[in-house]
Design a protein around this ligand. Structure first.
Ligand code: PTJ
Length: 254
């Protein structure tokens, strides 16, 4: 008998949690990554565990921005690999974005496990491990400062899913456009990224792939208008209002 019955009212959430736990057991996820998931889950609860209107707008802007990019790069960490390896590879192919492993809690064995999993899911070249092409990103003290000259360092648009705040600020200071997935609209990453998708990455990533496919048929002028019309601060405020409205509904007694 499965430990998580399909009929359990919180089966979906518990199955996502299980992916992280399996990812930890298989050497992909840092211990701290399990805690990060817990923080995300709490915000997901407050958002009503669904993709809101504001998140859908951010997804559209992110897709347009990725298609407009000259050198788009997706930064991959342990949590994203455990949660959606197939989709991250699909997104990179759909948007012609390079993949680069970049870990906060860096560790060679975990890097290799992540690469192996991505390759198993169809990835071609994965940057982030070649010493000869590594360089340092200034303004950041963690291991995340080590990046690939041909990847994150050269990129104009970087996707940083489930990120700690420092690097987003450093990447913005380096003149890059930063796209993130973060369930916490108040986090430093959310507040400093160019486009923040406030949604569970497990829901939003398929929507981003679909939107990228749809928008790939549009011309650059239309894509640029979508990006220009997007205001991240306003979008974050809408997400906070979504939480407020959800709590107001839940606080009704009758
Ligand atoms: O694999 P590593 O070594 O690179 O480490 C990765 C983690 C995630 C441990 C590291 O980047 C970290 O410590 O991140 P933080 O500072 O905990 O931030 C992670 C953010 O992602 C938090 O704001 C969470 O709310 C958010 N988050 C967690 N799970 C999800 C999420 N956002 C979207 N979808 C999720 N499933």
């Amino acid at each position: 008998m499965p430990l998580i019955p399909k009929s359990h009212p919180r089966a979906k959430s518990l199955l996502i949690r299980e992916k992280l736990v399996n990812g930890f057991d298989n050497g992909l996820v840092a211990k701290e990554g399990l805690l990060a998931q817990g923080r995300g889950e709490a915000f997901d609860y407050l958002l009503g565990e669904k993709t809101g209107k504001a998140a859908k707008q951010a997804i559209q802007a992110a897709a347009a921005q990725l298609l407009l990019a000259k050198i788009p790069v997706i930064s991959v960490n342990g949590n994203i690999t455990a949660l959606c390896p197939k989709q991250i590879v699909k997104l990179s192919k759909q948007t012609k974005a390079k993949l680069e492993v970049n870990l906060f809690y860096t560790n060679k064995k975990r890097q290799q496990a992540i690469i192996k999993t991505l390759k198993k899911n169809g990835a071609g070249e994965i940057l982030g491990t070649r010493l000869a092409s590594s360089t340092k990103l200034s303004g950041i003290d963690s291991a995340r400062r080590i990046v690939d000259k041909n990847g994150i360092f050269a990129a104009d648009v970087v996707v940083v899913p489930l990120e700690d705040g420092d690097r987003t600020i450093a990447l913005r200071k380096a003149g890059k456009t930063v796209i993130t997935f973060d369930l916490n609209p108040l986090s430093r990453t959310s507040q400093t990224a160019s486009i923040t998708i406030v949604d569970n990455v497990t829901r939003a990533i398929d929507l981003l792939i679909d939107e990228s496919k749809k928008l790939s048929k549009k011309n650059r002028r239309i894509l640029q208008k979508i990006v220009n019309d997007f205001d991240n601060k306003k979008n974050l405020a809408e997400n906070i209002i979504q939480i407020k409205n959800y709590l107001t509904r839940r606080a009704r007694v009758a």
